[in-house]
Design a protein around this ligand. Structure first.
Ligand code: 5GP
Ligand code: ZN
Length: 138
């Protein structure tokens, strides 16, 4: 299903041109217009899903192997030494386009810090209490 108001639906289905690096029946993979590093790519399903919670399970099962394939190709083609697979869900998590997508971000030795956080602290009791809250909703 497509959303006629969604820019990533239009890009994924070829209605708006993009720097495409891969395409199959389920996905188009494009270069990000505002790359965090050289080669930063976005994996877009051709159907519209707002986020990972809405994603079809068959499409989901294909998405991570595709991210691995893209990352491996980046290492060979661009000489990056690693890559991040990042996926944002919800405004508070940094999602700005509400069509599910996976970022594959090449990382170069000596490159800038990104996709990181400062480790916090939690007591064993806090961890147990939080784990219980989540477990009860699964
Ligand atoms: P989000 O913040 O939702 O996880 O990521 C959205 C990403 O899409 C951003 O990195 C942004 O640079 C990229 N982006 C937004 N609009 C376009 C577009 O029209 N074309 C391309 N190639 N990338 C886009
Ligand atoms: Zn869409």
């Amino acid at each position: 299903m497509k959303d006629t108001n969604c820019i990533f639906c239009k890009i994924a289905n070829g209605e708006i041109p993009s720097s495409t690096i891969y395409e199959d029946e389920d996905f188009r993979v494009i270069l990000d217009l505002g790359p965090a590093s050289r080669g930063h790519a976005l994996i877009l399903p051709k159907d519209h899903y707002q986020d990972v919670c809405a994603l079809d399970e068959t499409v989901a099962a294909k998405a991570l192997p595709l991210a691995a394939k893209i990352g491996a190709a980046m290492k060979e083609a661009l000489g990056c030494s690693g890559f991040n697979v990042v996926q944002n869900n919800g405004k508070s998590a940094g999602q700005t386009v509400f069509h599910f997508h996976i970022h594959v971000i090449p990382r170069y030795d000596g490159g800038p810090e990104m996709v990181s956080w400062k480790p916090g602290e939690a007591t064993a009791e806090e961890l147990a209490e939080t784990a219980e809250l989540i477990k009860n909703k699964l």
